[in-house]
Design a protein around this ligand. Sequence first.
Ligand SMILES: NC(=O)c1ccc[n+]([C@@H]2O[C@H](COP(=O)([O-])OP(=O)(O)OC[C@H]3O[C@@H](n4cnc5c(N)ncnc54)[C@H](OP(=O)(O)O)[C@@H]3O)[C@@H](O)[C@H]2O)c1
Length: 247
Amino acid sequence: MKTVLITGCSSGYGLETARHFHAQGWNVVATMRTPREDVLPRSERLRVLALDVTQPDSIAAALAASGPVDVLVNNAGIGALGAFEATPMALARQVFETNTFGVMAMTQAVLPQLRARRSGVVVNVTSTVTMTPMPLVAVYTASKTAIEGFTASLAHELEAFDVRVKLVEPGYGPTTRFTSNGTRPETLIPAAYAPFAQRVFAAFSQPAAVTTEADVAEAVYRAATDTSGQLRFPAGADAVALARGRG
Ligand SMILES: NC(=O)c1ccc[n+]([C@@H]2O[C@H](COP(=O)([O-])OP(=O)(O)OC[C@H]3O[C@@H](n4cnc5c(N)ncnc54)[C@H](OP(=O)(O)O)[C@@H]3O)[C@@H](O)[C@H]2O)c1
């Protein structure tokens, strides 16, 4: 039986991905900054472990407790909505610590066992912002675009060891905690940007199509079990439509 370790399982896409792999018969190590057993089914095949992807000690402890891992899903992430000019560099660094360096650190921590066994998969969750630029999310877009390049390069590097590396690119998911997490956007919108930002937020609030938690869970599962060599897995109706435009 295969084991998947997923980061950021307290809510949203990560929580549903943990449920989905469990329903497919996998061993699941669902990790969270603050462990909560009650959000997931009680099962011998499901463990909840503490993990903050920005803390090296926390990564080492979680991997020591998890036992061998076949698939790592780097899902944990934070947003930063606002004008770049008003985004403190401390916040920009915090976004990169989680979305970019956290993914790299988790991948580096898991790779030795995957390479030694000559099998395994790393799935990195990015975003459709990497396909088509949107305003007021410049730092977030940079953090996720870095992971697109990182993953594409690493996929080539690890091919020789039969270790696969994949991208899942979700669209806009209004039902996760993502949009309510992090810094309140109004603090990052200076007066000069306010009229523009209002138009942007009005457009955000009427999306033509959205992504659900189930869309992402299924895309992560397809990516984790794919043997065709496909690198990118758009998740959600909006993401699939945008990916078509990318060609
Ligand atoms: N929802 C969207 O519109 C959207 C669109 C495209 C891509 N995404 C990406 O999808 C992924 C999941 O987001 P979501 O929409 O499901 O949002 P969410 O409900 O806010 O879930 C994000 C998860 O990441 C965790 N997390 C944050 N910082 C962490 C850290 N330092 N270490 C470990 N876990 C950490 C959060 O845990 P805590 O409970 O501890 O805060 C939470 O469980 C993210 O990578 C996000 O960038 C989201």
